[in-house]
Design a protein around this ligand. Structure first.
Ligand SMILES: Nc1ccn([C@H]2C[C@H](O)[C@@H](COP(=O)(O)O)O2)c(=O)n1
Ligand SMILES: [Zn+2]
Length: 160
């Protein structure tokens, strides 16, 4: 008997895990997931955008507008930073990050400093903003490679 041929690729597998992680986010507008992978295709860590431990999802704000103290931006930890901080092993040197949205400038700094060498992103809905341009500038300077995941239109259904 021959092996199955319709198994998912590494990129589909890891971006799929990032997409599944995003589904844990409580952010009503933008759910982002991230998955960090070693050079030999082992999952090292995962994350999604959310509030820090101890900050209640039901008490802190989720709106985008209003004073900085009263909207979500001061409080949410981005998926990429959560994935980096969730890692309990040694070093993330030479690893690869799969993320459903292109990293912001703050996460870009953490990505570079943690030793992640490649970023694979799905969406780039904030392309051209100062934050994304700054991320690209830092990635280019630091030698972090980035490329967009090519959606193959493949549907994966899970019955849970
Ligand atoms: N690469 C990114 C970009 C954004 N996020 C998080 C931060 C917020 O929770 C949300 C963005 O909110 P929006 O301004 O689109 O309402 O996504 C992230 O985790 N990673
Ligand atoms: Zn970020």
């Amino acid at each position: 008997m021959n092996k199955r041929e319709d198994y998912i690729s590494w990129d589909e597998y890891f971006m799929g895990v990032a997409m599944l992680s995003a589904m844990r986010s409580k952010d009503p507008n933008t759910q982002v997931g991230a998955c960090i992978v070693s050079e030999d295709h082992k999952i090292l860590s995962m994350g999604y955008n959310g509030l820090p431990v101890g900050c209640s999802d039901d008490e802190f704000p989720w709106n985008r507008e209003g004073e900085p103290y009263d909207n979500k931006y001061f409080y949410t930890t981005h998926s990429e930073l959560n994935a980096i901080l969730n890692y309990r092993g040694g070093s993330l040197e030479d690893s690869r990050l799969y993320v459903t949205l292109f990293p912001c400038n703050e996460c870009a700094k953490a990505i570079i400093q943690s030793g992640i060498r490649t970023v694979v992103y799905a969406d780039n809905k904030y392309a051209g903003t100062p934050s994304v341009r700054a991320s690209q500038r830092m990635f280019d300077a630091a030698g972090v490679r980035y490329y967009q995941y090519q959606m193959g239109g493949r549907k994966i259904e899970l019955e849970l």
